[in-house]
Structures are given as structure tokens and as C-alpha cells.
Design a protein around this ligand. Structure first.
Ligand SMILES: CC(C)(COP(=O)(O)OP(=O)(O)OC[C@H]1O[C@@H](n2cnc3c(N)ncnc32)[C@H](O)[C@@H]1OP(=O)(O)O)[C@@H](O)C(=O)NCCC(=O)NCCS
Length: 163
């Protein structure tokens, strides 16, 4: 792999903003978006950021605990923002922030946050592939990068208990 391929990349180059309109089929009988649909959209937004950053296909390795703070209703827009916060050798952490938007008024509510981990895969060998290091630029990106190290330790400890 060339050096240029693995040159450090700032999170803004792979950041994702995704908008989905919540339809009746996405909701429970109360008209609230199903948690599983929210997770699906989180997975999609995070995967796009991970693949953009890695330049390779990526698989979901882990979802940290997800809190559904407020419901999202049918007819609202679900706005997802995903950003790479940390990179290891072949894995990446992607933070996803979810808001509900009343499209007529523009009012937004914060509904969900999630930290996800993806692993880049070499399409030829099917084995984990090296990823470019992330280069945090803003104060918030630098803080999230530092904090990611303890989140990663917790994930790997959980994983080793399950194996
Ligand atoms: C994720 C997966 C590729 C890891 O494969 P593996 O053979 O265990 O690979 P390794 O042990 O070499 O780990 C590779 C990287 O993944 C990280 N990793 C693996 N499992 C992890 C987990 N549960 N949480 C966080 N990181 C994890 C390792 O720390 C390592 O990171 P690093 O290279 O940055 O140090 C493999 O477990 C897998 O295919 N899982 C199923 C993925 C899937 O089907 N997802 C849903 C559909 S996309």
C-alpha cells in the first residue's frame, strides 16, 4: 500500500450528514420511530463515514450502548451526523448524533447518540486492512480522540469476556 493511501485524514473529509423522512412503516402503533430503524440508520451513516475514511469496505465490529432520549415521530425528518473520532491499525471509531426535525418549522430535538466501531477489510484477502490515521482538528475532535482510548479499552475487555 502506498504512503499516500495511508496519509492522515481529518474527520471533515469523511463526515456524513444523512436525512431520512420517518414513514408509517418505520414506526410503532404510537407513531414513534422504531428503535431498530434508528439503529439501522446509525449503522448506515457510520458505515459511510468509515468507508470514506478507510478507502476500503468496512464491517461493524461494535455498537456501544445507545440511549433513545426522546421519540422521533412519523412525518418528522431524522437527521444523522457521523464523524470518525479515532483510528487504530485496522479499526475506526465513528460517533453518530441523531436529531429529529420538524421540517415545517425547522425545530430540532436531540434524540440519540452512539459510538460505533468498524473494521476495514481488504477486499482481496478478506482480512482486516490498515486505515489512515485520523487527524483531529477542532478542540472537540481532539477531546473525543483522547477519550476514545478508554472507550476502546472497555470494548476490548467486553469482547475478551465473551470469547
Ligand atoms: C470485526 C472482525 C472483522 C474482526 O476480526 P478479527 O479477526 O477479530 O480481527 P482482529 O482481532 O485482528 O482485530 C482487528 C481490529 O478490530 C478490532 N476489534 C475487533 N473486534 C472488536 C470489537 N468488538 N470492538 C472494538 N474493536 C474490535 C481490534 O481491536 C483490531 O483493531 P486494530 O487493528 O485497530 O488494533 C470480525 O470479528 C468480524 O468479521 N465480525 C463480524 C462483523 C460483521 O459481520 N458485522 C455486521 C455486518 S457488517
Amino acid at each position: 500500500m502506498s504512503e499516500q493511501w495511508l496519509a492522515p485524514k481529518p474527520p471533515r473529509l469523511s463526515a456524513v450528514e444523512m436525512t431520512e423522512v420517518v414513514l408509517p412503516n418505520d414506526a410503532n402503533p404510537l407513531g414513534n420511530m422504531l428503535g431498530g430503524r434508528v439503529l439501522h440508520f446509525i449503522d448506515m451513516a457510520a458505515a459511510v463515514a468509515a468507508i470514506r475514511h478507510a478507502g476500503n469496505p468496512c464491517v461493524t465490529a461494535s455498537f456501544d450502548s445507545v440511549d433513545f432520549l426522546t421519540p422521533i415521530h412519523v412525518g418528522e425528518a431524522c437527521i444523522l451526523k457521523a464523524k470518525v473520532t479515532w483510528t487504530g491499525r485496522t479499526s475506526l471509531e465513528v460517533y453518530v448524533d441523531v436529531h429529529a426535525e420538524n421540517m415545517r418549522t425547522g425545530e430540532r430535538r436531540h434524540t440519540t447518540t452512539a459510538f460505533t466501531t468498524f473494521v476495514a477489510i481488504d477486499p482481496v484477502t478478506g482480512k482486516p486492512a490498515q486505515v489512515p490515521p485520523v487527524l483531529p482538528e477542532t478542540d472537540e475532535e481532539k477531546r473525543m480522540f483522547q477519550e476514545a482510548i478508554s472507550r476502546r479499552d472497555e470494548r476490548l475487555a467486553r469482547r475478551s469476556h465473551k470469547q
